[in-house]
Ligand binder design. Sequence first.
Ligand code: UDP
Length: 478
Amino acid sequence: MEKPKQLHAALLSSPGMGHLIPVIELGKRLVADHGFEATVFVLPSQASHTEAEIIESTMTPKLLDVVELPPPDLLAAGLSPDAAVVTRLVFMMRQARPAFRSALMAMEARPDVLIVDLFGTEHLCIGDELGIPKYVYVLSNAWFLALLLHSPTLDKEVKGEYVERTEPLEIPGCKPVRPEDVVDPILDWLDHQYREYVLRAGEIPMGDGILLNVWEDLQAETLAALRNKEFLGRVANGPVDTVGPLIRPVRPAGLGKELVEWLDKQPSESVLFVLFGSGGTLSAEQLVELAWGLELSQQRFIWVLWPPTIKSLDGSYFNAGKSGARDEVLRFLPGGFMARTRNIEFILPSWAPQVEILSHPSVGGFLSHCGWNSTLESIANGVPMIAWPLYAEQRLNAMLLTEEIGVAVRPKVLPSKKIVGREEIEKLVRSVMVEKEGRTLRARVRELKSNAQKAEAKGGSSYESLCKMKICIIKKAR
Ligand code: UDP
């Protein structure tokens, strides 16, 4: 009998930890559960030791190959140092195109499928050159995808800036979205990143399908609306398939001795974990209010404390994992804070083992910027959240988590618009950690955790989506 052909997947990740992690995890899933070989091409954002560590962790056991593309010299290529994150990401990906193309062409075995994230849609045409199927892996949720796919239409229909609008936007399959909650790139029509964002949305139909990092039950209604022929036929060329939650697994010794010893001593679900993703920072004034709010709440906390924002709330996006000196960071806190909170605090001044912390039984809440990976990691560990969105699509995620999915509370006014005061923070923390509302959120998040586990397991919806993709790839490879 003829031996089945070994399928090889080529995946491309744009820079940033929040992109690299789910792309690597998809590659690992294809290898471990679906018999693929996989190569992940990464474009490093910087020589961040965290990035190197994440890549290194995929090597034990070695499930896939990771190829680092040469980082482009952006300034020499004419990118302004003040360019917004999306402009920067797209520019970096564009500059890397010749290197990516050569690397693909030079592969020993021709890949059978090309999977790119949203910032790699300009590379889909390389899949056409190779005559293989191409997928766009949207590292987010169905609301984000609905807004993205609808944005070329909004671009034509909506006159003026979103920020100037008062009435909510009608997006297929979403609750009406307040204009202030849309994704960053479309907040300012005059910024170059808006044009790039709409162009990326318009390129999605070049792919043979879309992979989404959610599972069916999480957003059944939105997925049904997205798949409605009338909508999807206009904006994409192929199915929308759910493959999530694809998150980094817990590493057995990942917490480190000091942290594990501290966590082991705390009562069950008594610790609030505070972290704003790989790029989020707070203003100096907000940092002080947060410190006071945590202290007033009298709840135990682990706070990953980075120096305050200098220019914008995404201040660390391209610097993730840059370690700060502990004393350097502590000087931004109110006088006497460390002494007064010494029995309830654990402060980390650099990159934290987030998944490991969230999976510890002593952790009972997560004050998060609502990046989609952090959100999935929180749900997958049954931890309710305080939604503190800062930039990118985080406001939309916060709205989804609080108003639709029901696993989070949030401040009354967006933290990116107005300083959240200490009393409000105290209340939010107490509501999640000790009050009835927290118990309701916890019950809901546990239900979702169990749904997510079913979706990932053999025969579950996310598992089956990848089986279906494999069948399409095999058909094309014949
Ligand atoms: N992360 C981490 N330690 C940190 C900061 C971030 O492990 O100190 C991980 C986090 O677990 C998540 C990713 O980095 O997997 C951040 O992705 P997310 O989509 O939540 O936010 P982004 O950083 O892209 O805004």
